[in-house]
Ligand binder design. Structure first.
Ligand SMILES: [Zn+2]
Ligand SMILES: [Zn+2]
Length: 212
């Protein structure tokens, strides 16, 4: 089989331009699926952070599974506890893995709104066939990156391409962070500090929920 007619030829072409719009100005597949990860995250019932996962084929033609964080199906639709790190919600990647019935040998890409935690990295490793994990927002714990590297899974930062209205909302949330968190803690110099992405996206979710 020549390099030009095996199934991977098209993949290589797509991968090169994964995050840039093509000549027709259309969004790339990677951007579309990252946007999908954010949309599915809107179904999250976790009060701490809304996270979404989309697992696709590596030619971007199929969605194998989606997941978002929340309590188990049929249980109450909120966290078990407000304690950070033990809210009791299943993670979005965990639900994505549970929902994924594609065979292990199928090559997969994973799109996650936030960098996976250490345990979800292990779950994605054991799903089998994961070639690359795209994440949009950093998570405070970054040790999953080393785990993925150890087993040869590529990790790529792919920020969500937001429309201008959404960008404005996030900017407002960053300003709100300065007022509510930094000012609230009595920052003596009133110096701007880098905002906390988790706090900002949680605040934007709250605003959006209030306008629904
Ligand atoms: Zn939760
Ligand atoms: Zn996790």
């Amino acid at each position: 089989m020549s390099a030009h007619n095996n199934g991977n030829h098209q993949l290589e072409e797509v991968e090169v331009s994964h995050s840039a719009p093509d000549n027709g100005g259309r969004p790339s597949f990677a951007d579309v699926y990252m946007g999908f990860a954010y949309q599915i995250a809107e179904r999250s019932t976790c009060h701490r952070l809304n996270v979404g996962t989309v697992i696709t084929s590596t030619d971007y033609r199929k969605v194998f599974a989606v997941g978002y964080n929340g309590n188990a199906s049929g249980l109450h639709n909120h966290c078990d506890s407000d304690t950070p790190g033990s809210c009791g919600c299943l993670h979005s990647e965990e639900n994505g893995v549970i929902n994924c019935d594609a065979p292990r040998h199928y090559e997969k890409f994973v799109f996650v709104t936030h960098l996976p935690c250490r345990m979800c990295a292990k779950r994605l490793i054991n799903l089998g066939g994961v070639k690359r994990v795209y994440y949009a927002e950093d998570y405070r714990l970054r040790d999953s990156i080393e785990l993925f590297a150890e087993v040869g899974i590529a990790v790529e930062h792919l920020p969500l391409k937001r429309n201008p209205a959404e960008q404005a909302l996030f900017r407002l949330a960053e300003i709100a962070y300065q007022h509510e968190v930094v000012a609230g803690e009595g920052n003596p110099l009133g110096e701007p500090t880098q905002s906390d992405p988790e706090w900002v996206s949680r605040r934007v979710s709250q605003w959006l929920a209030e306008t629904r």
